[in-house]
Structure formats: C-alpha cells, structure tokens
Design a protein around this ligand. Structure first.
Ligand SMILES: [Zn+2]
Length: 166
C-alpha cells in the first residue's frame, strides 16, 4: 500500500516537487519513499515519508546490509534531509506554524508568557487552541462580521497583556 493522496499532496507541496536529497526540481519524476519500510513496521504517515527523485530513490534503496558498500541512509539522516528541504520551500516541520523570522517571532511572542494567546471565546478555545505564531485565515461572506470578530479576538488578547496587530 502506498501513501494516501492526502499525504502525497501535503509532502509534494512541502518540498515543492524538489528531491529532498539532491535538491533538484523534478516535477512529475518524483517518488515517495517510506523512511521505515512498511515491512519493518513503517506507516503511511507524513512523518514516515520523503519525496525523492528516481536516482536518489534508487540510491537510498540500493544499500544491502548483507553486502555493505558505502554508507547507508539512516532514517534520521533522511528525515534531516527532508526537513531541510521542507524548510527551504516554505514550511517548517510543524505545519500549523509557518516559518517565522526573528522579527515576526518578536511580534507574535506574548509579553506575559504565563498567559497563552487565545480566541477569547471559551467554546472555540476548547475546540481550536490558538498558539503564538499561528497563521489564521478568517473567511466569510461580505457583511458576515469578519472584521468585528477579529477585533473582538484582538481586544481580548490586548486585555490579557498581549500585543495584537491587525
Ligand atoms: Zn535526487
């Protein structure tokens, strides 16, 4: 069984269809490799996946422990290559938090670190906690009070001693 489409879509966006080892943009000539093989208990998760070009995929799979030649690609090394590649093309290893530079980090870091940022709506905070640095997209029809809602969230956070930028 291969990776489900949802996993494939996510990892291919994250690497921008670049091979995570050699860094080449390879378009459709890309394959998804299981870092831990399914036969060895690996799953079809994003974490166990690394997008590779045909050459690098063949290279990674070619190591034969019964006849060692050169150095094998370890799971930790593969994840390292992959995370470096994802970072280069816009995402850190945590999809919920966009890569932010130091300036953004300063903006989003709360003044009082003991109080977490939140929506300020009890039910919503339970369902969907708001974390510092999270990029949130508020969508809705015209006149559906998107701006008012965002202002309420900002007001609540300002009252808690956080900085808010609209
Ligand atoms: Zn490659």
């Amino acid at each position: 069984m291969g990776f489900p489409t949802s996993v494939a879509d996510e990892v291919l966006v994250r690497c921008g269809r670049h091979c995570c080892i050699c860094g080449e943009f390879v378009g459709s000539k890309i394959e998804l490799h299981h870092i831990i093989q399914v036969a060895d208990g690996g799953d079809n998760s994003v974490d166990n996946c690394i997008p590779l070009c045909f050459n690098c995929h063949a290279e990674v799979k070619s190591y034969n422990p019964r006849h060692p030649k050169g150095r094998m690609y370890t799971p930790a090394e593969l994840k390292g290559h992959r995370d470096k590649c994802y970072k280069k093309y816009g995402f850190s290893d945590n999809m919920t938090k966009m890569d932010v530079d130091e300036t953004d980090e300063t903006i989003f870091t709360s003044k009082k670190s003991d109080i977490a940022v939140a929506w300020g709506y009890v039910e919503q905070d339970k369902l969907c906690p708001l974390l510092p640095g999270t990029l949130v997209l508020i969508a809705g029809y015209t006149e559906s009070r998107k701006s008012t809602y965002v202002q309420h969230v900002a007001n609540w956070n300002i009252k808690q001693g956080h900085r808010a930028y609209l």
